[in-house]
Design a protein around this ligand. Sequence first.
Ligand code: FPP
Ligand code: MG
Length: 273
Amino acid sequence: MAVTHRALGASATEPIHSLAAAFQLIHTASLVHDDVIDHAEQRRGRPSMPRAFGLPAAIVTGDFLFVRAFELAAEYPPSIILRCGESCADLVEGEVLQDTSRFDLTTGREHYFRVIERKTAAIVAAALASVAEIAGARDDVVNACQAYGRSVGVAFQIRDDLLDVFGDPDLLGKPLYSDFREGNPTLVSLEAYRHLDAADRTEFERLFSLRRKQPGDLLRLRTLAESTGAPALVAGEASQWAERAVRALDPLGPSPYRALLERIARGVAERRF
Ligand code: FPP
Ligand code: MG
């Protein structure tokens, strides 16, 4: 958010400090609740909130963080508070939509993108549009920042879903295969499913639909996905979204901060953690 603010010509970051903290709290709250929903054991290299303190504590802590976020957002004009509220509504919609497709590989790419645009990209888009609004940017620049945030968010989630199967759990600070375990049809599974031959597709579908998967089932799913070339395909798609983000910045004038935004977008699509 601070880099975007600077890229729009702002000379000090103080005006956006509380807003950045508000969006960070909303994001953290959503991850605490997400770890409840996903039965996550670990987050950022440590026991997840529900694992460490139990479900009730995790639920009310998430709620507490949301409340604190809106106290901070209350320092800003109503249009900014509305953007914070909208991003929470999108988070919930994304999570609910994701739940409708659990263990179902037939929901397809369109559904996947609907989910990740809401659960991940919407909050980045809202945060950067808010920054642009506070900086007094023209409408086309506000829209450009929003579009940049949205594409970076999509790239981030595609990469996240790839790393969930093919990443290094020590670098990620969370165990692999959460999406296989929870039955979330991410781009990795959807592309694998699309490209497998009939016999392997039947096996992939059977294993994917198991409510309780053994370690051998998870490894077999990964091997089948790898055999289709899905990892390279998915990595390529994350990069395409990063390039889309870079193109969205066209209405902004050149500056070292804009160049940094470009590096951030490409870095997100190539990250290993
Ligand atoms: C992580 O996805 C989850 C999110 C980005 C959003 C979660 C949103 C909610 C739980 C709804 C929030 C509720 C309110 C009231 C606003 P992931 O599970 O793919 O990523 P992970 O591997 O890091 O867990
Ligand atoms: Mg999760």
